[in-house]
Design a binder for this molecule. Structure first.
Ligand SMILES: O=C(O)Cc1cc(O)ccc1O
Ligand SMILES: [Fe+2]
Length: 432
């Protein structure tokens, strides 16, 4: 997988064949497919969804996905979905240090640790937020997550992701999305760590640009899509399936990565956040972080997302007469944050790469004491916030931290609230 080629474009109707002529010409389901392949349709929306949001792909494969083994229960107790399976959240802000590689020999599936969940995968609502720590390749093991698409944010180490559509290599600074219900595996070459937003709702799409116009933020052509690539090596595969917050496993006689050609607009993709066209104030005041939205999963209420994926990329800070870091706020949406590298301006020292924070709906938060002091006194010349990538999974429903997240192994900070304790009352009626 060292030098992969990709197709480019978000939402395009892409066409890819690993062998010339493997795609039937002019129709989807001929009486006999080229090369003796089977035609299989994968839908990501109801057949009758409006054309602008309809998602489906045709695959031409050596055997259809229905040729599989019998499923038995599989245990992965630390990977959870659905608010019903977890107790309500405590009302204070929560923060975690970087998740350690406590147990060697874990792969991407067994190394998944759920931190916060909401909604219900069966109802197609909400998200689950996980961190993964792994150091083992999945090899001849694949996963199918029927509960949600997987937005993967690597924080350390390169992921070699093989999907039914082909292969993606994804490094820190980039993100990848694997559609719901699609077989994939993650191979690694050493320790890897990162974040996952498992999205039970509508598939992630690009946000509307409104008055920004027809360009800006994440540009569609920078999204890279795998080319068809099938595995040749014979031999069995283990399939781990997640469905309705339960895990199953089976052994099948062949690789699920047996798609020789495909066409459609439902596929895995990756995006390099360093290509984000960042838009921000050039006058005064701190804008809402929605200006940094890379991808959004809308809910049934316009403008109120099931989930937004928001980044805080390198950018020039130029606002005049302005407190430049985030303001103090209480937000109706719930905010789960991670840090891929560098420093986050609201908590320059306390928030560590590989760590995480949860500021749920109406939980007050904002810059820590040192950040407030620094930004209040700063010389407001143009300043580049550089070598940094923080991000936020923002979601409409309150997130519930899992027992793992609240327990000893997750590096929960016991004194996070103390970072604001020094914000003294400076009120003085005789000064303005
Ligand atoms: O809380 C946070 O750090 C995330 C955030 C950043 C920002 O610039 C404005 C609002 C917001 O929630
Ligand atoms: Fe916030």
């Amino acid at each position: 997988m060292s030098s992969l080629s990709y197709l480019a474009g978000f939402g395009n109707q892409h066409v890819s064949e690993a062998l010339p002529g493997a795609l039937p010409a002019g129709q989807n389901s001929p009486q006999r497919c080229p090369y003796g392949l089977y035609a299989e349709l994968l839908s990501g929306t109801a057949f009758t969804a409006p054309r602008a949001v309809n998602l489906r792909t045709w695959m031409y494969r050596r055997q259809p996905s229905v040729v599989a083994g019998r499923y038995e229960a599989y245990t992965q107790p630390l990977w959870l979905s659905g608010a019903a399976n977890v107790k309500a959240s405590p009302p204070q802000p929560l923060r975690w240090g970087p998740l350690p590689w406590a147990q060697p020999g874990l792969d991407f599936v067994d190394g998944m640790r759920s931190y916060a969940v909401n909604g219900d995968p069966d109802a197609g609502v909400g998200i689950a937020v996980h961190l993964y720590v792994a150091d083992r390749a999945m090899g001849r093991r694949a996963m199918v997550n029927a509960d949600g698409e997987m937005l993967i944010v690597p924080q350390q180490g390169v992921l070699q992701i093989r999907t039914e559509f082909g292969c993606l290599a994804v490094e820190p600074g980039e993100i990848a999305v694997v559609p719901r219900g699609v077989a994939f595996k993650v191979d690694v070459d050493g320790p890897v760590r990162g974040y996952v937003c498992e999205n039970h709702g509508a598939a992630f799409r690009l946000p509307e640009l409104g008055p920004i116009g027809s360009n800006g933020l994440a540009n569609p052509r920078d999204f890279l899509v795998p080319v068809a690539a099938f595995e040749d090596a014979a031999g069995p595969y283990e399939i781990v399936k997640k469905q309705d917050n339960h895990f199953w496993c089976s052994e099948q006689a062949h690789s699920p990565f047996n798609v020789v050609a495909w066409h459609g607009n439902l596929y895995a993709y990756k995006y390099d956040t360093r290509l984000f066209n960042t838009i921000n104030t050039v006058s005064f005041d701190h804008c809402d972080p929605s200006i940094f939205t890379v991808l959004t999963s809308p809910s049934d209420t316009p403008g109120w997302a099931n989930a937004d994926f928001v980044i805080f990329p390198p950018r020039w800070m130029v606002a005049e007469n302005t407190f430049r870091p985030p303001w103090y706020h209480r937000n109706v949406m719930s905010e789960f944050m991670g840090l891929v590298y560098g420093q986050y301006d609201a908590k320059p020292e306390g928030f560590k790469p590989g760590g995480a924070s949860l500021h749920n709906a109406y939980v007050p938060h904002g810059p820590d004491t040192d950040a407030f002091a620094g930004a209040s006194a700063a010389d407001l010349k143009p300043h580049k916030l550089d070598h940094t990538l923080a991000f936020m999974f923002e979601t409409r429903l309150r997130l519930r931290p899992t027992p793992f997240a609240l327990g000893g192994g997750a590096m929960l900070e016991s004194n996070y609230d103390q970072c604001w304790a020094g914000l003294a009352d400076h009120f003085n009626p005789s000064t303005r």
